[in-house]
Design a protein around this ligand. Structure first.
Ligand SMILES: CCC[C@H](NC(C)=O)C(=O)O
Ligand SMILES: NC(=O)OP(=O)(O)O
Length: 316
């Protein structure tokens, strides 16, 4: 059993309930991971994912090894049949098979390059490990998805639900750097599994996410209109998908402000973090009692622990 996409969740409501149960007694399955090793490979930076996934593994009694593959590992070749007389020192085939000798589960973070849409959509790094590793693979944010984050988001919204059928808004906001579409992609996929929530995506025209992911999810180009009666505002920047990897809009009018939040139904503010204060969201909003970004980050441990527990049970 791998966990690389929200689409691998058979029942989101069941998984959310299971995660909340784990949260109530996180050390209950401390023996499950005894003498099992999680190897975590980071091709990109992390705070929450690295610490929460390690914490989750420790709660299950696992050994953990972490490697900043991007700065400490060999440059990898991902094409089969290549004459490796250029920059790459090692083929993904050996790297994945070798890491599999040391690990019972391999967790990988490898962001989108945001240069070539086809390469990113092909999930080159994740696919390479899925092809050649001989142990389960866990996605800690790949080129097109961040399922551990979106599962934590679902747990958090469930915990803070105050009404039947809350309205959830995914709102684009400006950012000085070009960011991947992975987080919004998985959030959209998770919302499409929600049976008792209304969902709206709001962003500037031209910032549509991959239509193969958004499918028939509602898109509202007027942010204020989208915010009307909202119960959750999930803010996130992403770079342009159509003009792949480009920043074509930096409009500060999309920054989440207290005035915009006034148009909601006293909505909770959510963001996966790290966040650019006073660019994505003003200090006033993220420091308000309606901000649940820290609760979201805390739930990353239980999102990861549920997934690791499911994988470990399959290994028994
Ligand atoms: C969890 C978010 C990771 C990354 N954020 C940055 C700042 O690179 C992103 O937007 O995908
Ligand atoms: N939200 C999240 O995945 O944070 P990190 O990038 O710090 O792991």
């Amino acid at each position: 059993m791998n966990f690389t996409s929200i689409k691998e969740i058979d029942s989101l409501q069941k998984w959310v309930k299971q995660a909340i149960k784990i949260k109530q007694n996180p050390l209950k399955n401390k023996k499950l991971g005894k003498n099992k090793t999680l190897v975590m490979l980071f091709f990109n930076s992390s705070l929450r994912t690295r610490l929460s996934t390690q914490k989750a593994a420790i709660n299950l009694g696992m050994n953990v090894m972490v490697m900043n593959f991007g700065s400490e590992g060999w440059t990898l070749e991902f094409e089969d049949g290549t004459i490796m007389d250029q920059g790459a020192s090692e083929h993904i085939k050996e790297a994945a098979e070798v890491v599999s000798q040391y690990a019972d589960i391999i967790a990988i973070r490898a962001f989108a390059g945001l240069v070539d849409k086809e390469i990113d959509n092909a999930e080159t790094v994740m696919s390479g490990f899925l092809k050649y590793a001989t142990v389960p693979i866990l996605n800690m944010e790949s080129a097109t998805g961040h399922p551990l984050q979106s599962l934590a988001d679902a747990i958090t919204m469930e915990e803070h639900k105050t009404k039947h059928r809350p309205k959830v808004v995914l709102s684009w906001a400006p950012h000085p750097r070009a960011l991947p579409q992975a987080v919004p992609n998985s959030f959209v996929e998770m919302m499409q599994l929600q049976t008792e929530m209304d969902f709206v995506i709001t962003h500037p025209e031209g910032y549509e996410l991959n239509p193969e992911i958004t499918k028939d999810s509602k898109i509202e180009y007027d942010q204020d209109k989208a915010f009307e009666n909202a119960d959750y505002i999930y803010a996130k920047n992403w770079s342009n998908y159509k003009e792949y990897g480009k920043i074509t809009n930096s409009d500060p009018n999309w920054t989440i402000t207290a005035d915009k939040m006034k148009g909601t139904n006293n909505a909770k503010f959510m963001h996966c973090l790290p966040v650019r204060r006073n660019v994505i969201v003003t200090d006033e909003v993220i420091d308000s009692e309606n901000s649940i970004v820290i609760q979201q980050a805390n739930n990353r441990t239980y999102s990861a622990q549920l997934v690791l527990q499911k994988i470990l049970k399959k290994l028994e």
